[in-house]
Design a protein around this ligand. Structure first.
Ligand code: NAP
Length: 249
């Protein structure tokens, strides 16, 4: 895989971490498909990339809809003739007591975070195999796969599933030379940094809250051709928060 001119799909790229991942690949001179459930948000990220001289195309896709995913992959094949990298970033959360969590809410979180990641990976890999490409998949999980606060059941379970799905896919697609990894971000602030307090930063070993660029640079690293020995792995990027002892003194 040459290290630019790669075709990169980023889901949920209309906002937050996904938008920064899309911008980072475009800065690397890759060709980015900015996919999001909101066409307007996908267009906004795409315009920002183009204004900075990058190459990007917006595509509206709801990852809970299997037919929209297969249509998107067919469009990518028609438009670009290949897909080198798939970043499964689209995700939602739900903070509610498990006693009040409705089945429909549970299903929505699972269908977006887990099923969306699975179907996008499966369809991306079909495209990679057709074009004989040793592609790379990066799934965005969360440190909540490993640690919890109350009322996060659906989100925590979905992110744990993404970590497991990642190593299962890495095992299945090894014969196709496809690398599958995931990243577990900790607290990544996607809004105005002025909103953050000193205590927010200082509780981290890194002395600061995470930024979308922390995750975007890790995606670039994981999908670099020299790093193909890393596969099935979950990389935690959280400023040390999940390594922090929590005994009260
Ligand atoms: P965000 O700002 O809400 O961005 C997520 C994007 O995904 C939004 O544009 C959202 O659209 C889109 N999306 C939602 N449902 C979708 C669907 N069904 N199909 C396609 N796109 C959909 O979130 P973020 O903070 O950047 O998080 C990005 C990823 O990182 C998520 O998987 C999240 O779980 C994970 N993560 C974030 C943090 C953090 O601290 N920020 C920490 C750990 C993990 P709408 O805005 O229209 O809903």
């Amino acid at each position: 895989m040459a290290m630019n001119n790669r075709v990169v799909l980023v889901t949920g790229a209309g906002n937050g971490i996904g938008a920064e991942i899309a911008k980072t690949y475009a800065t690397n001179k890759d060709i980015v498909i900015v996919s999001d459930v909101s066409g307007e948000d996908a267009e906004r990220t795409t315009e920002t990339i183009k204004e900075a001289g990058g190459r990007a195309t917006a595509y509206t896709c709801d990852v809970t809809d299997v037919s929209q995913i297969t249509e998107m992959m067919a469009w990518i094949e028609l438009e670009f003739g290949r897909l080198d990298i798939c970043i499964n970033n689209a995700g939602i959360s739900k903070w509610v007591s498990p006693l009040e969590l409705e089945v429909e809410e549970w299903d929505k979180v699972m269908n977006t975070n887990v099923r969306g990641t699975f179907i996008c990976s499966r369809e991306a890999v079909k495209l990679m195999i057709t074009h004989n490409l040793e592609g790379s998949i990066v799934n965005i999980a969360s440190t909540r796969a490993a640690m919890s606060e109350p009322n996060s059941e659906a989100y925590a379970a979905s992110k744990g599933a993404i970590v497991s799905l990642t190593h299962a896919l890495a095992a299945s697609f090894r014969t196709n030379g496809i690398q599958v990894n995931c990243i577990s971000p900790g607290w990544i602030h996607t809004g105005d940094t002025d909103e953050l307090r000193e205590v927010d930063h200082n509780q981290h070993f890194s002395n600061r809250v995470g930024e979308p660029g922390d995750i975007a640079r890790a995606c670039l690293f994981l999908s670099h051709k020299d790093n193909r020995f890393i596969t099935g792995e979950n990389i935690t990027i959280d400023g040390g928060m999940t390594k922090k002892m929590i005994y009260e003194h």
